[in-house]
Design a protein around this ligand. Sequence first.
Ligand SMILES: Cc1cc2nc3c(=O)[nH]c(=O)nc-3n(C[C@H](O)[C@H](O)[C@H](O)COP(=O)(O)OP(=O)(O)OC[C@H]3O[C@@H](n4cnc5c(N)ncnc54)[C@H](O)[C@@H]3O)c2cc1C
Length: 377
Amino acid sequence: MSGAANDFGDIDTIVVGGGVVGLSLAYGLKKAGERVLLLDEGDDAYRAARGNFGLVWVQGKGLGCPAYARWTMQSAAAWPAFADELRERTGVDVELSQIGGLTMCLHDDEMAERAAQLTRLRHDLAQAYPVEMWDGAAVRKLIPQTGPDVVGAVWCPLDGHASPLRLLRALLQGYDSLGGRLAAGSRVEAITPRAGGFHVRTTFGTFAAPKVVLAAGLGNRTLAPQVGLTAPVAPNRGQILVTERVQPFLRHPTLYVRQTGEGVLQIGDSKEDAGFDDGTTLAQLSRIAARAVRCFPLLERMNIVRTWGALRVMSPDGLPIYQASTRHPGAFVITCHSGITLAPQHAGALVDWILGGTEPQPLQHFKAERFDGMATH
Ligand SMILES: Cc1cc2nc3c(=O)[nH]c(=O)nc-3n(C[C@H](O)[C@H](O)[C@H](O)COP(=O)(O)OP(=O)(O)OC[C@H]3O[C@@H](n4cnc5c(N)ncnc54)[C@H](O)[C@@H]3O)c2cc1C
């Protein structure tokens, strides 16, 4: 691939960032017929998409912002067709299982808090919201291996999970099969708005295009201001433990424990402000493991074979940031902390909007300007 700046000739859109958000957008843009160049810093960059938990999750999302609950529900509803499309196009099965998920509660006050949240969300949404509170007996009926400490759970039939790594592979293969161009190992160092588009300088050379879509996760923070946008995102660390393969017993994912198609259990429920440290700590791993064992006592006998830490891409209010630059038309910033759940929306509705279609109604709630004047670190 040429490293020379072209004259807005052979690229319509440059997508910066090859995590799950950038790949979903690049795939969707390519499907829509755009000539796309995807620039990615590389495998040693921070990449939440590589270390995440793989949930397609609806319940609990959108508290205080019903538009986010709706956006998430639409995405969850689109997931089965999206997974089928990826399988047909690439042969990659992303292992979607979407037959309902649970958030286990270990205390009555946890149940009460979740029930209050559910009441509030239902009231704000003013539409059907298929989430229920279950008592311990109902949970044990569905999953007999549930421990006696579980007093109940929140159940949502729209919830599910998929393999994050298979999803990345499917998106990349799909993008490639459509003729998408990728420059891996290309860290974007500077973006300069020019008449008719943008010059994007990377470690690999300079590229030009009329449109640039910033989907660089935590990298958006420094890139967005170069095109008149803001993305005050910060890292939030999650730690995950993985067991050896065991007999399948957990068909339904829970918020903190899920069994993958390969038979391993993934366990994780930490949210920490640890800066850019994506390591693990014994204290957090022990806490996560102890809670998981209370949910499913049979975990106590399983060996842990891997652990990792990964950095979420968090906005100050936890909601996505989707914004088009008014100062430099043609530039967009796209970031969220639920890139698996929202992948179908990113490859679909968001792509239509980037290409000049109607702005999806919820987007007015997701503009970065909501943070104007807010102290962000
Ligand atoms: C522990 C954990 C659990 C999670 N669980 C879930 C879950 O269950 N369900 C769910 O929906 N989401 C989950 N997430 C969130 C999900 O992983 C993120 O929403 C998603 O990964 C964010 O994707 P991204 O593509 O924006 O960012 P990233 O995955 O971080 O990717 C950013 C990409 O941008 C590139 N980049 C950065 N700067 C530059 C630059 N200057 N030039 C070129 N390239 C650059 C990097 O190389 C990287 O590939 C979880 C995240 C974590 C950390």
